[in-house]
Ligand binder design. Structure first.
Ligand SMILES: [Zn+2]
Length: 234
């Protein structure tokens, strides 16, 4: 999944005595597909699944919304979601199970979301709303460990949130012991991630405070939050 660099993947495969059967790519950025070529040198001919709506390096099997993907030599199935916004053709891979699993690339981060590069704010808002509608126990495998920095901005938006305080304590404990905060449970994101909470009165008020005007819908609230974080926080 999203090999930005082949070395860590090759080392892990060798340490565990595993063969690579397929590569899944969420979007075209080099830190998500820069390792494809090196992996294909070691595992020639394996399929590389990726977005049909944008050009990601090395993709052999372009996929669109609704495609069903079965990993070779296994019965693990994923449904493809097109979640544009960070880029114009960004995909996520959803495995329905107990719990479900979502590989969401740079669309959702724990307590944050990706920046808008080659998509639009309205698209990214809509894509995050689609993630929000998945079962609440879904484990979201975001592609970067940005959680602690993201929590700081979320606390600008909702400084009095008890849920967010607990989330911050839990993540601080994990990071102190060098443990990842990803995957993150969707239920925790729904409670704490401002970019999924654009219909919450407290979040709307904070976004309006930044924008200096009333914001009439979720997309406008989202755009104000994303712009606020880009310009004043990151
Ligand atoms: Zn990216």
């Amino acid at each position: 999944m999203d090999p930005g660099d082949e070395e860590p993947a090759l080392e892990r495969l060798q340490a565990e005595g595993l063969q690579l059967a397929a590569i899944l790519i969420t979007h075209k950025h080099g830190d998500h597909c820069g390792g494809v070529r090196g992996l294909l040198q070691a595992f020639a001919g394996i399929p590389v699944f990726g977005p049909a709506q944008e050009s990601a390096s090395g993709v052999t099997h372009p996929l669109s919304e609704g495609a069903e993907l079965c990993l070779p030599h296994s019965d693990i199935r994923f449904r493809v979601l097109e979640l544009p916004g960070h880029t114009e053709g960004h995909l996520a891979y959803y495995h329905a199970g107990a719990p479900g699993v979502l590989f969401c690339g740079d669309t959702l981060f724990a307590c944050g979301c990706g920046r808008v590069f080659s998509g639009t704010h309205a698209q990214l808002h809509q894509s995050l709303q689609r993630i929000a509608a998945l079962p609440a126990d879904t484990l979201c495998y975001c592609a970067h460990e940005y959680t602690q920095a993201n929590i700081g901005f979320a606390q600008w938006v909702e400084p009095d949130s008890a849920d967010l305080r607990q989330y911050a304590e839990r993540v601080a404990g994990l990071r102190e012991h060098d443990q990842p905060s990803v995957p993150t449970r969707l239920a925790d994101e729904l409670a704490c991630n401002p970019f999924l909470r654009t219909a919450e009165p407290r979040v709307i008020r904070a976004a309006e405070g930044y924008a200096g005007k009333p914001l009439n819908d979720g997309a406008a609230v989202f755009t104000a939050l994303r712009t606020w974080k880009d310009k004043a926080y990151d």
